[in-house]
Design a protein around this ligand. Structure first.
Ligand SMILES: [Ca+2]
Ligand SMILES: [Ca+2]
Ligand SMILES: [Ca+2]
Length: 620
């Protein structure tokens, strides 16, 4: 519903903007009309005058239509307002609309709400942010998600095909004035529920009638606390996960508590998955339980109380059913047969007992999520590696390390407190190795510690940091010919069924990577479109690269550029061409070696050679 704004509040300068006369005078007798505060604000800027002119025109027409059939009944109530005068004003507005160049701002997308949708359903989705134009288009990273703009500004009807796998997607806005950045949205397998305030107290907790449920909520203002009521039978296992900071990028550090009907906290979690909490609870007795969510700013500031605000959105997954947390191993190999085993809660034994064979070539979606396994939400790593991926057995102890053959990715579990796993492999003098443990970056809780030991029992290296999100990563050059042992543990000795990790052991070889901070390229018809790309030459990469743009419309070309080993282009290149028409589309920047690598690589590690981008070229 758009707001009625009294004409005297309109901030127009009649001398500077002649059409404001129309606006004000027509408005003096206008019925409920179409305008909102943002349009009016835009109308004060000369560069956005087409918008205000359009509003003015629309207004004048509406008033005219109202006034004409009533003849003298309505018109005389506004002094000086005659049919002739109105027609003249309409003509003025039409002239203004057609002569002022169109140069409104592109849409600015802050977030999507609700936070996600269930596969195989259609729902309403709101783009929150600043949207100067309406209707506009929206495009999801998965083409099986269709979005259609509805009449209400900012609202889309989104249809999710049943085959879209659960997990994270991104959705971007675009229109004639340009494109927004893409913002995250979750695809789930559970029915969606919207939070309903008030729900702050035990007595007003929102009842979740059937489980599983995916609740979209918001800590809407400072001090907001959200409570949900669920009923459990004795022995039933409840899994609750909040997704806010990870995945949705909300500036929120949320906390979860579970209360019994007496109001006592029976379970609590703050930071199981990054800053996001997760609870698993077995009900000792039947009855109602309350899930309570509150939060703090993700970047601590001077705020003392509980945080709230428009941006503090969260997604709460609540289930007593099968829930896959991960599969082991946590990566798959392109070239080798893979058998995977789901890990999680409330999983039938038939699922967990026998590892399943999967063909990574044909099951890109299913390796991330298998419809036969669990209806619950799950997101597990499915990187397809060009080298083997293996299980690290619980029997691989410091006393009896597991022999490995690098390059290899090992996936394991620190199931017990103070557990230490160990592997060993032969090394030659001067050989260089890169060892990288990932758990927190995958949304898993291990705070990894890596140690290298020699055969005499001397510790060579200790590393608990250096990777993404606090995961450890180390480079090591062997000073001897012999055998080296890698010990893997949790820095604080924590262990549980959830404490999963993967660690890669790779010889260091030259490689390259291209990257770009923004995934959006903006340009104007008739002017050069520029794409700046950073080039990273790692571990002595010594071959020129050819960098090109793929996916442009037929007949349009961007000349490829070369990144030489020395000079400015070694670190950064700029691709450039001119478009003769407006464009809103996906493109890719691709980097390839301009010749055989020198020295030749023995192992192709996972170099990023392609950057997916959105190209937005608008009319000047
Ligand atoms: Ca709330
Ligand atoms: Ca609340
Ligand atoms: Ca937290």
């Amino acid at each position: 519903m758009r707001r009625l704004i009294p004409p005297r509040a309109l901030p127009f300068e009649p001398s500077a903007l002649p059409w404001a006369f129309v606006f004000g005078r027509v408005a003096a007798n206008a019925p409920r009309h179409l305008i909102d505060a943002k349009d009016v604000q835009i109308g004060t800027q000369t560069d956005a005058s087409p918008n205000a002119a359009r509003i003015c025109l629309e207004w004048a027409f509406r008033t005219l239509l109202d006034a004409v059939p009533m003849r003298s009944a309505a018109v005389p109530t506004v002094p000086g307002l005659s049919r002739k005068w109105l027609w003249w004003q309409v003509v003025t507005a039409i002239v203004l609309c057609s002569t002022v160049p169109s140069s409104a701002a592109p849409p600015e997308l802050a977030r999507w709400f609700p936070t996600g949708g269930q596969r195989g359903t259609t729902l309403e989705l709101k783009a929150e942010g600043t949207l100067p134009d309406w209707p506009i288009s929206a495009v999801a990273s998965d083409p099986r998600i269709a979005l259609v703009a509805k009449e209400t500004k900012g609202v889309f009807e989104v249809t999710i095909a049943p085959e879209v796998p659960p997990g994270l997607v991104t959705i971007r806005l675009h229109g004639p004035q340009g494109a927004s950045v893409a913002k995250p949205w979750m695809i789930g397998g559970m029915p969606e529920v919207l939070e309903a305030e008030p729900n702050n107290g035990v007595m007003e907790a929102q009842s979740i009638a059937s489980l599983p449920a995916a609740v979209s909520g918001r800590l809407e203002k400072s001090g907001d606390v959200d409570l949900y009521r669920v009923a459990l039978t004795a022995g039933q296992q409840l899994v609750v996960q909040a997704i806010a900071n990870r995945g949705l990028d909300a500036p929120l550090d949320s906390c979860l508590e579970l209360l019994n009907t007496k109001g006592l906290v029976v379970a609590r979690n703050h930071d199981s998955r990054g800053l996001d909490p997760m609870l698993v609870f077995i009900a000792p007795e039947p009855g109602e339980y309350l899930v309570r969510l509150y939060g703090f700013p993700s970047n601590p500031d001077s705020t003392i109380g509980l945080v709230g605000g428009e941006a503090m959105v969260y997604r709460l997954l609540i289930s007593t059913g099968p829930w896959i947390d991960a599969v082991l191993p946590l990566a798959l190999s392109k070239a080798h047969p893979n058998s995977v085993q789901p890990v999680g809660w409330n999983l039938p034994e038939a699922i967990t007992a026998t590892p399943r064979q999967v063909d990574p070539q044909s099951l890109a979606d299913q390796v991330r999520w298998h419809p036969d396994w669990a209806e619950g939400y799950s997101h597990f790593a499915a990187d397809l590696l060009p080298y083997p991926s293996r299980r690290l057995e619980a029997t691989a102890t410091v006393q009896l390390p597991q022999a490995i053959e690098p390059p290899v990715m090992l996936s394991g579990q620190l199931g017990l407190a103070d557990q230490r796993l160990a592997v060993q492999w032969p090394v030659t003098k001067e050989s260089r190795w890169r060892i990288h443990l990932e758990s927190q970056a995958l949304g898993l809780p291990v705070d990894g510690l890596l140690e290298l030991w020699d055969a005499e029992g001397k510790r060579l290296v200790r590393q608990d940091d250096g990777g993404v999100e606090g995961d450890p990563k180390l480079d090591w050059k062997s000073p001897f010919d012999g055998v080296v042992t890698l010990r893997i543990s949790d820095l604080f000795g924590h262990g549980s069924a959830e404490h999963l990790f993967r660690v890669s052991v790779l010889p260091i070889e030259p490689s390259f990577r291209i990257h770009r901070a923004e995934d959006l390229v903006r340009g104007e018809v008739g002017k050069p479109v520029e794409i700046a790309v950073e080039v990273e030459r790692r571990d002595g990469w010594n071959t020129p690269l050819e960098i090109s743009v793929e996916g442009l419309p037929e007949g349009m070309q961007c000349p490829p550029v070369r990144s030489e080993n020395e000079g400015d282009s070694a670190k950064k290149v700029v691709l450039q061409w001119t478009s003769d028409r407006p464009l809103q589309q996906a493109i890719r920047v691709v980097a390839k070696p301009a010749g055989p690598p020198d020295p030749p690589a023995r192992v192709a590690t996972q170099d990023t050679t392609t950057i997916p981008l959105w190209l937005s070229v608008v009319s000047p």
